[in-house]
Design a binder for this molecule. Structure first.
Ligand code: SAM
Length: 224
């Protein structure tokens, strides 16, 4: 059986990689990367010298054919994204689903777990974590208002990813649709300027408006 490893990599701090992830990346025949230049940073840090091939959201069907060919030849492959766990708001889910559908007799799909911004954010947020719904990135237009209405009435903790360009807009919507909820904005997790800020949507909005430098970076938002 060929092996197809889905390998989680750091979400900022390059130290956040498991021993098993390093061993796996050293052992496989080829590493599929969302962006080969991003992955090179981690490969260089851990002295991993392996052929890489790009596989991203815009990859053509011919790329999938090539990957299938390699697996059918008996090659072992690893898939990584730029940061965190592949397939979680990142390329990989469709490829894994196709491998499982068409090559399940000849390929084992094996997760190598590790960082994911959702779990890191939840774990140190102080908000309820026993049940949560992950929303990925919120839609920009269609379905956006409906989603905020769902967040407003949900009894479960809601978690989503947000870009620095849209964080203020999203907080404005939270102020409008669910002013009494608690929001935790987890910014730049595992990096130098890591920060958790918790409060009502209005309090967080005011904080970000007053501190423009805090509007930069990567955000995971939790609403409870
Ligand atoms: N697959 C990744 C994972 O498992 O975490 C998520 C990839 S998604 C394309 C990237 C988004 O995740 C960012 O826009 C941000 O919302 C969130 N994210 C990634 N790294 C983060 C970090 N260090 N701190 C906070 N949020 C982060």
């Amino acid at each position: 059986m060929s092996k197809f490893y889905v390998v989680a990599t750091p979400i900022g701090n390059l130290g956040d990689i498991t021993l098993r992830a390093i061993e796996t990346l050293k052992d496989v025949d080829l590493i599929l990367c969302e962006d080969t230049r991003e992955t090179k940073k981690i490969l260089d840090k851990y002295g991993i010298v392996k052929p890489t091939m790009s596989y991203h959201a815009q990859s053509k069907l011919s790329k999938t054919d090539k990957i299938f060919e390699l697996l059918e030849e008996g090659k072992n492959l690893a898939l990584v994204s730029d940061a965190g766990t592949p397939g979680i708001s990142d390329p990989g889910a469709l490829l894994v689903s196709k491998i499982k559908e068409y090559l399940s007799d000849s390929v084992d799909v094996i997760p190598i777990p590790g960082p994911s911004a959702i779990i890191a954010a939840l774990s140190a947020s102080g908000l309820p974590t026993h049940e949560f719904t992950f929303l990925g990135f919120l839609p920009h237009k269609k379905g956006r208002e409906t989603l905020f209405k769902e967040i407003a009435i949900s009894e479960r903790t809601m978690v989503f990813y947000e870009s620095p360009h849209r964080i203020l807009k999203t907080l404005e919507s939270l102020v409008k649709f669910c002013p009494d909820k608690k929001v935790c904005v987890a910014r730049e997790l595992t990096k130098i300027y890591e920060e958790f800020k918790t409060g009502t949507p209005a309090e967080i909005l005011e904080y970000l408006n007053k501190n423009k430098e805090k509007q930069r970076g990567e955000f995971t938002v939790i609403v409870a």
